[in-house]
Design a binder for this molecule. Structure first.
Ligand code: DAH
Length: 363
């Protein structure tokens, strides 16, 4: 039997379930249990057909109204749950755009200052028409010394503190090249003049203190032509040094010196200001020795198959680590090769900032 009290109780029960549904799935279950085909409200509606006309008049509108209220409550609860779900999702997926972005590999990776300086040298000398030549780190005695006019037994050989490899059965002793000058010989033997090359690379000497490491880097320069002379050498070095140190002008001082492979031989000093923690190139009243150079010795030309009566030329050799330390204010040479990631993150260069003359060498 249907009576008003039981309808009220049914409505109160369903509405309580609607209010208590924690999520949309639970609410759907409440809807099916009340308004589905066999739901509690639907079952009540089915009883209308078997009622007396008077009862139907009473209970018909009452039941329809109840069904409508339940349906409305379900709709409202559904909308509220959808809103709450959206709020929760928005809260959980919120992005704080004021946080710093995570560093990519590009930000943390660094180019070593020696590699950077080699790239800078290459950019500068390429613009002057030089190409780059390379040779092996393990050299023959002939290329490292003899062809460069170091006579066998000459004291200049001893000054190089050479690392020798074990002697071969035929008596030959290979060595770790003590300078990049053997690449001059290789180049002259394989290339017809005119020649304009730089030869950057690793070199080795048995020496270790604040300004010496057993492995270090040099760059050699070589120009061979019919009329190449010291005036050209001076211009090339001045242009190079002022571009490299990014200063408007440099002043050079040439002092006589001795190398077996050049005649005359000179050492070059650059005007600078020595401050407690830095050296400023291109100003001041101090002088800093920066490289060795000279006119290629006729014996060397001859040893390389170049006719000294037709061709002449000049060469120079410079320490790359030293000019890197000067330019970038690195006080101890040994730090360059200690593989300390903190040092590299401080002194290193961003990987995709290639040095160019137009875009800037060290920007
Ligand atoms: N090879 C010399 C050294 O290691 C540097 C040098 C001096 C190279 C004069 C040259 C030069 O080409 O002309 O001490």
């Amino acid at each position: 039997m249907t009576d008003i009290d039981s309808l009220n109780a049914l409505e109160a029960d369903v509405l309580a379930q609607v209010a208590g549904a924690a999520d949309e799935a639970a609410l759907e279950a409440v809807r099916v249990a009340a308004l589905g085909k066999k739901g509690s409200v639907s079952e009540k509606l089915k009883t209308l057909g078997s009622m007396s006309p008077d009862d139907r008049k009473t209970f018909g509108p009452a039941l329809n109204a109840l069904r409508d209220r339940v349906a409305a409550a379900l709709g409202e609860r559904k909308a509220a749950l959808a809103d709450a779900a959206l709020e929760a999702r928005l809260a959980s997926e919120r992005l704080d755009v004021s946080l710093p972005v995570r560093e990519s590999g590009l930000e943390t990776g660094r180019i070593h200052p020696v590699s950077q300086v080699m790239d800078e040298l290459t950019a500068i000398f390429s613009a002057m028409g030089f190409s780059v030549a390379e040779g092996p780190d393990i050299e023959t005695d002939e290329l490292n010394f003899t062809a460069l006019n170091f006579p066998v037994g000459h004291p200049a050989r001893e000054m190089h503190d050479t690392f020798f490899l074990p002697e071969k059965p035929n008596g030959e002793r290979l060595l770790l090249r003590t300078h990049t000058s053997p690449v001059q010989v290789r180049t002259m033997r394989s290339t017809q003049p005119p020649i304009r090359v730089i030869c950057p690379g690793r070199t080795y000497r048995f020496d270790m203190d604040q300004t010496h490491t057993p492995m270090f880097h040099q760059v050699e320069g070589l120009v061979i032509d019919k009329e190449a002379h010291l005036g050209h050498l001076r211009w090339v070095l001045e242009e190079f040094l002022k571009t490299f140190f990014e200063v408007p002008s440099v002043e050079l001082r040439f002092r006589p010196s001795f190398f077996p492979f050049t005649e005359p031989s000179m050492e070059v000093d650059v005007r600078c200001r020595k401050l407690p923690n830095e050296v400023r190139i291109g100003e001041g009243d101090d002088w800093l020795e920066i490289l060795g150079c000279g006119m290629v010795h006729p014996n060397v030309l001859r040893n390389c198959g170049v006719d000294p009566d037709v061709y002449q030329g000049f060469a120079w050799g410079m320490g790359i680590d030293r000019i890197a330390m000067l330019k970038y204010g690195m006080p101890d040479l040994r730090d360059l090769f200690s593989a300390d990631a903190r040092w590299l993150s401080h002194y290193g260069f961003r990987p995709l900032d290639f040095p160019t003359l137009a875009g800037g060498l060290s920007s």
